[in-house]
Design a protein around this ligand. Structure first.
Ligand SMILES: C[S@@+](CC[C@H](N)C(=O)[O-])C[C@H]1O[C@@H](n2cnc3c(N)ncnc32)[C@H](O)[C@@H]1O
Length: 328
């Protein structure tokens, strides 16, 4: 690692202030907006904006604009990424302020999760109808089956299963399928839908995408269909998918390509406005997953909001997750 004197001093000066160091510690745990940081740190928005701007200019954080929101994340890779990793590795996680910020971050996440759960409580009964307003569902389902080929899977985990549609779609190719969702109302709809002849090998369980009620390396197939855009930070969820997959197991993520339908945040509890392929690939790599294929399905005329649906296929590598720096 080497940086010339001036850029190194600029980076150290940017990190060398208490609020900015705390911001670095926070964005190392989750992608956050200025509003999130304002809530967590209890300082005014202009102050936080100024600190974040300095960190960005020093190359210590990256920013991703999505519609009206800008998310900040820790710089990954490069000399500045290594520098900021080294600084944070030296920071005592039990320091009073750092620990308090972490608790507040958890509080912000819990609050968001409650907003999303309230949304799904309201829509559970009508979810199948809402689903088809967004996308040409049948085309996506054909593409999913094609992407997965003719392989049979001993254990399929469907994360954010909703009404259990992905379990049903793959039912003829799975020995056992378990859907996990954090909404009791969605699970109630799924249970009644799956209570049909021929589907006895499918079941659902309550759980969060970041702590699945499933043992390590137990799944051959994990599907995450239209779930990641409800999360502020998909990285911990993808790491959790990596944890439950057997080495060589398959992850299928289906979600929107980047778009600017801001109203989906207000009206449908979306947090992220789609994902770019390079962003998803970087998360896969950090979660011990190897990208295998990518398909973009352009919107069918008259059916959708003009949203492109992306399918990402990845395989769990044989690497031990702790050795590549991802909390399992
Ligand atoms: C848009 S629905 C998709 C449901 C299903 N995958 C489908 O395509 O029909 C998103 C689902 O993810 C669930 N969900 C959102 N955030 C979650 C979380 N943190 N943990 C578990 N489930 C979550 C919601 O309850 C909801 O059922």
């Amino acid at each position: 690692m080497s940086l010339a004197l001036d850029p190194l001093l600029a980076a150290l000066k940017a990190a060398g202030e208490d609020t900015r160091l705390r911001i670095l510690a926070l964005v190392s745990r989750s992608d956050l907006t200025v509003t999130d940081l304002t809530d967590i740190l209890g300082q005014s928005q202009p102050r936080i904006s100024r600190h974040v701007k300095l960190l960005f200019e020093a190359g210590l954080v990256e920013r991703h604009r999505e519609g009206a929101w800008v998310f900040y994340a820790l710089s990954r890779g490069g000399e500045r990424g290594k520098l900021v990793d080294a600084i944070l590795a030296t920071l005592d996680p039990n320091d009073r302020l750092v620990a308090r910020d972490r608790i507040r971050l958890d509080g912000v996440r819990t609050q968001r999760s409650a907003v999303a759960q309230a949304y799904f409580k309201g829509v559970a009964e009508n979810w199948s109808r809402i689903r088809s307003l967004h996308i040409a569902e049948a085309d996506v389902e054909v593409a999913i089956r094609n992407a997965l080929g003719n392989q049979r899977f001993a254990m399929h985990i469907d994360v954010g299963t909703g009404t259990g549609r992905m379990l049903e779609l793959m039912a003829d190719r799975t020995e056992r399928g378990i859907g996990v969702d954090f909404s009791h109302d969605m699970l109630a709809v799924a249970r009644s839908g799956l209570d049909r002849p021929g589907l006895a090998h499918l079941s659902v369980r309550h759980g969060d995408i970041t702590s699945l009620p499933v043992p390590d390396q137990s799944a051959d197939l994990v599907t995450v269909h239209q779930v990641l855009h409800f999360l502020d930070d998909p990285m911990p969820a993808l790491a959790e998918c990596g944890r439950v997959l057997k080495p060589g197991g398959t992850l299928l993520v289906v979600d929107f390509a980047p778009h600017d339908h801001e109203f989906l945040r207000e009206a449908h509890a979306h947090r992220r406005l789609g994902f770019a392929p390079d962003q998803m690939q970087a998360w896969f790599a950090a979660a011990g997953l190897e990208a295998a294929s990518f398909t973009a399905l352009a919107p069918a005329e008259g059916v959708t909001l003009g949203l492109t649906v992306s399918l990402w296929l990845a395989r769990r590598t044989g690497a031990n997750l702790s050795s590549i720096g991802v909390a399992a």
